[in-house]
Structures are given as structure tokens and as C-alpha cells.
Write a protein that binds this ligand. Structure first.
Ligand code: UDP
Length: 563
């Protein structure tokens, strides 16, 4: 069946149900952003020019909100607990609904079971029950619940699952046997999914799909109004929980010399002791009032925590400059409590690496907070700097609708790929770049029914990394992004030859860094296990073979011909 854009959001609000603070928060958000969503849906509809879209039956099971997983979030919504996840789920619901799919939403185990068609009392029985959904969006909690209650069907249908996973899961942690053998085992990983089934909050590693969320958008008049009404000496501190302010007296004292400091820290009756008396604390604000505060403020300042949330993007979209601390050495699951046990080795180089790398100056200033002079100089410079409100396209409603539309239409992890024995890449135009030739492209197009080539392979460029470099950064260096879907095309002996790499031996092994070459000893390695193809990961011993692709400006998840 064809999907048609659905614009009556009242039906979605009904579907979401009520009772929990978290659901109330999400509904309020959807209502508040309704106009923006509708405008974006018209723009996307125009852009797609009547292209066929299939209507999917979708189950959305928000595992962390179920009583069975403890639902620690709902009671904290009104107390400054993490709202980022709630923001993202609200936006996912809006997108899936507006794109015209048929949705079922569950936030309890009972509802999950009844929707999966598991007979009462037969939860753990090894039955294969036909699954009435084309797609299931859930989180790690939900995944665990589904595994427990779906019996054998879980294995059969797990290719239909999409896991909303804020910080991401790297392939080395996802492959059960490999993770166990090589020390990548964590509480969360080892699901043996295609790593693209994990969907992140920011485009962390291209091994996963970037889901994202949206920020409130402003029209021209609003932008103008904001610019002329900015209070040049007003700062808002990033962090709604009092703990974030602990030990930050020195910075607050410096900041207080220049600016009036505002906070939105939750409190019950009294000012939290961590928040100094000179700070104007508003308490936790409803989301739209928080936006109003950002509209007035000049500076949004982070003290190192929380990591990678939505608020800095909202601040920048409302014309603030975001000042944050650089982490040297970077924080990761190897050296920092917060990331410990998360299925990724990603090195987090500041409080908000997306803001640092994808936005940067003049909107984002990343400085060394251990150096008080650098910190103070940044504040003075920021007060003199004029910026326009800015929101990257991928965080607009249109951008998110476009991206999720493409995923739903083209990502298929259930299809069994029939691959040719010969490599995709035939000709070399420079020592390190390979471009697919026209014969190959013809093959890719002709066989699209048995093997959907998405992203289209004409966006592929192969680069050899430096020793000790991950493909993520190799591709980035060339203005491209690593595309794990393309590894299968370059995991061939002949590709080494095309690159003029001399291989005395070529082995095929399970290693998340392969295909690669240990150039000093002229040993070449191919990947034996497709689930281990990984953009992330490096070792000084290897130069990796990297499949890179182009991307749309402001929409890194999609290549130029991806729509
Ligand atoms: N927020 C809010 N009231 C406040 C401060 C923040 O509603 O007083 C919202 C903000 O608009 C953002 C969300 O909380 O969308 C999550 O913010 P944050 O970046 O702090 O991420 P978290 O750590 O909560 O996941």
C-alpha cells in the first residue's frame, strides 16, 4: 500500500496514550512543534515529486518507559532528569506518523506481548509466530524484552528491528563471538545485528545510522527580532541537575565578572547549595520557556556534563554562542565512568563533539578550561562576536523527515545479498582513489531487485588510511564519509593490486579492522565476517582500506543520489 502524508496530529496524540509524565512531556512537545512539522511535510512532499512510498506496519516499543525495566525516567521528568531521550522519541513518533505509516505504540510488556501475538503465559515458549510488523523501533531495554518473549521468532525477525541507541554501538562490540574473544563484551552489545540497525542521536560513527531529533526553527522575522533583543551580557548554564555545578566555582566567578548568569536547575523548596547566590536560577522550565530564555541569552555555557544532548543545538538555533570545554585526553569507555560499559570506543574530545566538528566557530567555542586565561579570553571575545541563529539542515523537521523517509524506503537488513565474486572497483584514477567503472554500475542497477544497492554505489571512493587511522577520519580528511555498506565491494584481493599494494600473503580473517594491509611486512588481510565491517577502529600496525562516499550538505546520512 502507498503511504500518504498524515497531517492530523491529534490522532497521533491519542495513540500515545497518557498517564506517565514522560508521555505528557512528549505530547506537549509534539503539539508545540505541530506547525513546524506540517510545513516540513509539505516541503518534503514537493521534493519527492509523487515518488512511490510503501506504507509500513510499524511497532514502536519504548523499552525504557516500561515498568519492567524500572522506568526510572518518568518520575524524573519534572525533576531535571535526562530529557534528551524523550525529545528524540517524541520526534521519531511525529516523523513516522507524518510519513504516513501505520503505528502501534507500546510502553508496557503486556502491550508488547499482545501486539507481537504471543499467547498469554507462553512468553518464553520457543514458538515462531508470524510477525505483523514490517519494522520495530525500540531501544536496548525493549530489545532484551523482545528476545525474552518472542521465542524463535526473534532470530527470524530481528532484521526488522531498529534500535534507538543514543551513543552508538560499534561492530566490534556487536558481534558476540568476536566481542567475547577480544575483550569488547559489555552489558549492552553482542546482538549480532547489522550495525546500521542501531540509530544514534548524533552522527557519531557512520557504522550506525544517524537518527537525530529536531530543534525549534525560526522564521526570518523571529531571527531578526532575536538578534535585536539579545542581552549581550546574559549567560545560561547548560545543566538542569545540581551536580553539574559542583566544583565549578572558579569558572562561575570569572564568568560573573562579565555576565549575568542564569540557570535552570531543578529545586524543591530551596536553592540547591551547588548553585551560587549570584546565579539567577529559574528552576527547571517547561521546554518552550527554556527556549524563550535562550532567545534572550548571548552565551550558553557547558561545564563538561551532560554529554552530547539536544540543548546546545537549541541554544545555537536561538542565536546563542555555545562555550564548552575541550577534553584532553578525550573521554571514552576506557577512561571515563559515564562511558564505561557502553558498546563503543569512540573518543569524545569535548562535551559536544558534534557542535565542535559540524558547527564550530563562530557559534561554538571549544577551549581548555584548565587554562583560566584562555577561558576568560574566550568570554570576552564571545561578548564582542555577533552571530545569526543557526540550525544544521539535518536537525530541521524537513531534514529529519527526509532522512527517515530514505531509511524506511531503502534500508533492508532482511534481504540476502547476492554478491559477485569479482570486485566492484575496477579502475584507478590516482594512486589512492578508485572509482567504480561503468560495467560495474550497470550490474548494480540491473540487479537491484535481488540486491538493493543503497546507497548507490556511484558515490563510492576507496582510500587507504594512514597506519593507526580509522576509516572514519580517513574519509573525513577527504571531505567524505565512511560508508560501511560499501565494504563488501572492496573486500577483494584485486583491490589491493589496484592500489599498487604488494601483498606477499593475503589472509581472510575475522577482525574489525579488515580489509587492511600491514605494509611493513607486506601482509594483506580480508574480512571474513561481514558483521565486522567497521568504519571505527584503528591500530598502528595496519593501513585500512576505506570505503568513502559523498554526502549532502547539512545531511551527512545521505549521499547526493540517495533520495
Ligand atoms: N530543557 C527543558 N527545560 C529546562 C532545560 C532543558 O525542557 O529547563 C530541555 C531542552 O529543551 C532539551 C532537553 O531538555 O531539549 C534535553 O536537554 P539536554 O541537552 O540537557 O539533554 P539531557 O541530558 O537531558 O538528555
Amino acid at each position: 500500500m502507498q503511504a500518504a502524508f498524515q497531517r492530523d496530529l491529534s490522532y497521533l496524540l491519542e495513540l500515545i496514550g497518557s498517564g506517565k509524565e514522560s508521555l505528557i512531556f512528549m505530547k506537549k512537545r509534539i503539539r508545540h512543534l505541530a506547525t513546524q512539522w506540517l510545513q516540513a511535510s509539505h516541503k518534503l512532499e514537493e521534493k519527492l515529486e509523487g515518488k512511490q512510498r510503501d506504507q509500513k506496519q510499524i511497532l514502536i516499543h519504548i523499552g525504557f518507559l516500561t515498568e519492567e525495566s524500572g522506568d526510572v525516567f518518568s518520575p524524573r521528568v519534572l525533576k531535571g532528569g535526562p530529557l534528551g531521550e524523550m525529545v528524540q522519541w517524541a520526534d521519531i513518533l511525529a516523523v513516522l506518523f507524518i510519513l504516513g505509516h501505520s503505528l502501534k505504540i507500546t510502553v508496557s510488556l503486556k502491550e508488547l506481548q499482545s501486539n507481537l501475538g504471543v499467547p498469554p503465559g507462553r512468553g518464553n515458549c520457543p514458538l515462531t509466530v508470524p510477525l505483523p510488523f514490517d519494522l520495530i523501533y525500540t531501544d536496548y531495554h525493549g530489545l532484551q524484552q523482545m528476545k525474552q518473549h518472542m521465542g524463535l521468532s526473534f532470530k527470524k525477525y530481528r532484521c526488522r528491528v531498529r534500535v534507538i541507541d543514543t551513543f552508538g554501538t560499534e561492530p566490534a562490540y556487536n558481534h558476540e563471538e568476536y566481542a567475547t574473544l577480544h575483550g569488547y563484551r559489555t552489558n549492552w552489545g553482542y546482538w549480532n545485528l547489522n550495525a546500521k540497525q542501531f540509530m544514534t542521536m548524533f552522527p557519531h560513527t557512520p557504522d550506525n545510522s544517524f537518527m537525530g531529533f529536531v530543534s525549534e526553527e525560526l522564521n526570518k522575522t523571529e531571527k531578526q527580532f532575536i538578534k535585536s533583543n539579545k542581552a549581550n551580557n546574559m549567560a545560561v548554564v547548560y545543566g538542569k541537575e545540581a551536580g553539574i555545578w559542583k566544583g565549578k566555582e572558579k569558572f562561575l566567578a570569572i564568568l560573573n565578572k562579565y555576565m549575568e548568569i542564569h540557570g535552570t536547575v531543578y529545586y524543591e523548596t530551596q536553592r540547591p547549595p551547588e548553585v551560587p547566590a549570584f546565579v539567577k536560577n529559574h528552576g527547571l522550565l517547561p521546554q518552550h520557556e527554556f527556549q524563550q530564555l535562550l532567545r534572550k541569552a548571548k552565551l550558553f555555557i557547558g561545564f563538561g556534563f551532560p554529554y552530547e544532548g539536544p540543548a546546545p543545538l537549541e541554544a545555537i538555533a536561538n542565536g546563542c554562542i555555545f562555550l564548552q570545554s575541550r577534553f584532553n585526553p578525550p573521554h571514552s569507555s576506557l577512561n571515563h565512568e559515564f562511558f564505561r560499559g557502553k558498546p563503543t570506543s569512540r573518543e569524545v574530545s569535548s562535551q559536544h563533539p558534534y557542535a565542535q566538528d559540524f558547527i564550530g566557530k563562530p557559534h561554538v567555542w571549544t577551549v581548555d578550561y584548565n587554562n583560566s586565561e584562555e577561558f576568560e579570553a574566550a568570554i570576552k571575545a564571545i561578548m564582542r562576536t555577533k552571530v545569526d541563529p543557526y540550525l544544521p539542515y539535518e536537525y530541521t523537521s524537513e531534514g529529519m523527515l527526509e532522512r527517515i523517509h530514505a531509511y524506511i524506503q531503502y534500508q533492508d537488513f532482511c534481504a540476502v545479498a547476492v554478491l559477485p565474486d569479482t570486485p566492484a572497483v575496477q579502475t584507478s584514477t590516482s594512486p589512492f582513489i578508485l572509482q567504480p567503472n561503468s560495467t560495474y554500475l550497470a550490474w548494480a542497477c540491473n540487479s537491484s531487485s535481488s540486491f538493493p544497492a543503497w546507497p548507490p554505489v556511484n558515490s563510492l571512493q576507496v582510500w587507504l588510511s594512514e597506519a593507526g587511522q580509522a576509516c572514519t577520519s580517513t574519509c573525513q580528511q577527504h571531505g567524505l564519509v565512511c560508508e560501511p555498506e560499501f565494504f563488501k565491494f572492496i573486500n577483494h584481493k584485486e583491490v589491493f593490486q589496484r592500489l599498487n599494494i604488494v601483498c606477499d600473503s593475503t589472509e581472510s580473517e575475522m577482525n574489525h579492522l579488515y580489509p587492511a594491509v600491514a605494509e611493513k611486512v607486506r601482509e594483506c588481510y580480508l574480512q571474513k565476517e561481514p558483521l565486522l565491517f567497521s568504519c571505527a577502529g584503528y591500530n598502528t600496525k595496519y593501513q585500512r582500506l576505506c570505503p568513502c562516499r559523498d554526502y549532502r550538505r547539512g545531511q551527512v546520512a545521505l549521499c547526493r543520489d540517495c533520495l
